[in-house]
Design a protein around this ligand. Structure first.
Ligand code: ADP
Ligand code: MG
Length: 261
């Protein structure tokens, strides 16, 4: 069963068609991935799928609801959470407070509103704290709850980003290059965490340009190149697909790494 079905997504920026008629399906309970060279439209796709950008054309069905044109808050209420390609933590707040923001369904500019709501509702506060602690445990940061987020080493800050998204108990988790800047050991540990989250009932859609990493964890992959879907299927199928190999090795690319590099 598909939790998310997008058809014909188009998004332009001036002269650039960042998405040019993209289809995507995410099966419930899967780890799905969107891969492609830098600039191929992966982040734009996540922005459209989370309501951050409005698509110029196309449809999005998520958890049975027609979501096209709806604001991010409604995507969140429908059970969607995301992390960002660049770390966006409140560095002076504690690790726990950062996770609590996610547990309250808030992010970024709404921090003040979230904290006010927390103070106003004792029960909500207790629940947010419980969920935040559980999420920290799930990513292995349970012992660092009181540390300032900014004091964590880089890889742990990325895990905290993940915990914040998990703390909202999403049905679908969108992760934009969660392993960016990690070494291979850290990245593999992260993928183990992603697998466990999936086993715990969260469907995951992962954006990644490191093919080797994503092949090991994904049930299904969608490959973008210049805003178009050039392939979709299981890891073995994708690894052998001539269009995928060409996209990763062709002129103008090379930052993504060869499929079996
Ligand atoms: P990826 O995440 O695969 O590296 P992006 O989705 O970030 O690719 O970018 C796809 C294309 O859209 C690029 O050409 C990029 O410059 C352009 N683009 C993305 N976001 C914006 C924006 N907010 N304004 C203008 N151009 C953008
Ligand atoms: Mg990107």
């Amino acid at each position: 069963m598909s939790l998310l079905v997008a058809r014909g997504l188009v998004k332009g920026f001036g002269g650039v068609r960042a998405l040019d008629g993209v289809d995507l399906e995410v099966a419930e309970g899967s780890i799905s991935a969107v891969i492609g060279p830098n600039g191929s439209g992966k982040t734009t796709l996540l922005n459209v799928l989370s309501g951050a950008y409005r698509a110029d054309a196309g449809s999005i069905m998520f958890a049975g609801a027609d979501m096209a044109g709806r604001p991010p808050l409604q995507f969140a209420r429908q059970g969607l959470a995301r992390s960002f390609q660049n770390i966006r933590l409140f560095t002076r707040l504690s690790v726990l407070d950062n996770a609590r923001v996610g547990a309250m369904g808030g992010h970024g500019p709404s921090l003040a509103a979230v904290l006010l709501r927390l103070a106003a509702h004792r029960t909500a506060e207790a629940m947010a704290t419980r969920r935040a602690r559980a999420a920290l445990d799930q990513v292995g940061l349970g012992g660092l709850a009181d540390a300032p987020a900014g004091s964590l080493p880089y890889a742990q800050q990325r895990l905290l980003e993940l915990a914040r998204a998990v703390a909202g108990r999403p049905r679908l988790l969108l992760l934009d290059e969660p392993a960016a800047g990690m070494n291979m050991t850290e990245a593999m540990a992260l993928m183990d965490i992603v697998r466990r989250l999936r086993d715990g009932g969260i469907t995951v859609l992962l954006v990644e340009h490191n093919m080797r990493l994503v092949m090991q964890v994904s049930d299904h992959l969608t490959v973008l190149d210049f805003g178009r879907r050039i392939a979709a299927g299981g890891p073995d199928e994708i690894r052998r697909d001539p269009a995928v190999i060409a996209a990763y090795l062709g002129p103008g690319h090379g930052e993504g790494g060869a499929p079996d590099a």
